[in-house]
Structure formats: structure tokens, C-alpha cells
Ligand binder design. Sequence first.
Ligand code: GLY
Length: 360
Amino acid sequence: MKPSILVEIPQENTKSYPIYISKEPIRDLAKRLNDISSSRRRLVVISKKVYKLYKNEFDFSQEELFILNDGEHQKNMNNYLKIVQKAIELGLSRKDLIIAIGGGVVGDLAGFVAATYMRGIDFIQVPTTLLSFVDSSVGGKTGLDLPNAKNYIGAFYQPKTVFINLNFILTLDKKQMLSGYGEILKYAFIELSCKCEKTHLLIEFLSIAADRILDNNMNLIERLVRICLDMKISVVQKDETEGGLRKVLNFGHTYGHALETITHYRKYTHGEAVVYGMMLAFDYALRTKMINQTYYNLAYDLFKKYGFKPIKPVKYNHDKLINIMKYDKKANNGRITMILPDKKGSVTEVEITNETLFEM
Ligand code: GLY
């Protein structure tokens, strides 16, 4: 199979890797994973849900498996240590391999084990959710959450290969699809800022094709995945470690992360939280006249089309939220910086004064 896309990291070519996008039967994907790891020991970290659904297709031996319970709250230090322990028990050496099969939580956590185990061993991403297809499996962000700070421990560590099999979509529930649409909407609102060679007009595409996309039209979903990845790769290739440009990918994430943290990573999916973060950013940008009412309405129409209702930020204690946001990695000396919309499809970084953030 020829790679669908290549991620090229210009500063360090050994970090470049292929992404394969396919609709082949999961059994064929399993064979590919067996071939790639035939002469190496491997540890497979797999989401419990995915394991239950596909265990017959994947014929892994019990001893090479670490089955991770589902939910963002599993992306913690305790599970990190358990996975490392499992790698030690399997006798994994630096020449061996970790395979992550699941959504963003599995990919982030297994990736961070790979980044740190013996100072780094190869890992392969097999994303199984819409969100991980379009965002988290590519770009090399790995890590785990602390109780009071999301993704605070982590590393930029690129996978060796990403296998995106679109068939996993067929067994996702509504909540997981919604989470994926959250990140996809983000890409629509940051398109110009991603500096892609091609113009995708993602806002228009999402708007015109909403009914067919929401009906799981596979061709349209594949097109969406390719568009979002084109944007993500354009950014990552220019700024792998978030010195500047990559910050645009954090649109909606400062407040989104605070919401996830304040609810102990149990109430919102990541994509949902990002949508609420984008809503707050649109509200703030309208209030401070960074954008006009027409663009604001267009954004809220799109949120609604994809099933998101506005959340009232007053629901949670503002001081607590502000405090969490100050700990966000994107904060600067205790000052909150946020990525805000400044025109259609474009965002910019702005420093926020705490007092004005939740003004209505
Ligand atoms: N999910 C944001 C990033 O990869 O930078």
C-alpha cells in the first residue's frame, strides 16, 4: 500500500513518517501490523471498547496487550506506570515497538510511554475515533493529565507510522462522533492561519454537506479527514514544537482544557470541551469587536448544525476556571493568552484580562 500522505519534519528528517488512509477490512490492518512487527517484540496498548469490538479481527496474544479503560480520566500517571511496567515484563528493548490502538487518550498515553521508555522506542498510531483521525494521531503531542492540569507532563514525539482505517467510524457512538466534529470545526475556523498550499473552504464544505456528513457518508468523511490532516501537517511541518505557528491549533483549547480539568476529565469529551472553548472565544471576540456579528452568527449556526448547544460559562466558578487557565501551558507568566478569531477562517493570539473574560 502506498502512503496517502507524508509528514516531513524538515529540521530532522528521521522524524518524518507516512500516514496510510484506507477502508480495508480490519483483518487486513491486523496483518499489516503483524508484518511491521514480525521481527520485533511489541506492546499493544488498546482501548477496551475497541478491543471488545475487534478482538477477533486483531488476533493479538493476551500477553502483549495492555487494555486501557476508556475516558479522558484514564490518561493519568497511574496508567502510565502500569504500561511501563508491562513493557518491562515483556522485556521490550530499544529496538522494539509500541502500538497504540484507540482514540486520543490511548495515543497520547502510549506515545508518551514510547517517548520515555528507555529514552524512546518506536511507536505506531492506529487511531480509531474521528477526533484521533483528524488531530491527535498526527503531530507528535504525547502526554498525560495531572488532576489540576491537563497534558502537563508530555513530550513531542512523532510516531513511525499512522494507520487510519475509516471503518472504525462505523462502530463509534454519537458522543464520540460529536467529539470529532468539535476538532473538525476548529480546523474550519483556523483554515487561513494554517498556511496550507491548497484552499479548502472548510467552513463552506461543512455547511453545505452537513446532512450527508452527519449521515456518515464515508466519502465525505474521508474528504474531511484529508482536509484536516492537510491543515495539521502544514502547521506541524513549519513548527513541530509550538514555538509560534502551532499555537493556532489550540483554538478553543485554553477554556476547553479548563472545563475538562474542573470536571475531573469526566463530564465532557475533549472535542465538546474545545467547542465550548471556541464559543467563549467567539463571544469574547464579538464583545471586543475583533469580529463582526455576521461571522459570529455563521460560527454559531455551524455549531448548531453539528449538534452543539451553547453552554453558559456561569455554571462553574469563574475564579477556579481562571486559575486553571493561568496554569495552562499557553499562559504567559500567569497572564492568560487565548487564540481568538479575528476574521473568517483566521485566528490570532491575544492576552486576556481576567475581569473581561466572562463578562456577558
Ligand atoms: N491538538 C493540537 C496540536 O496537536 O497541536
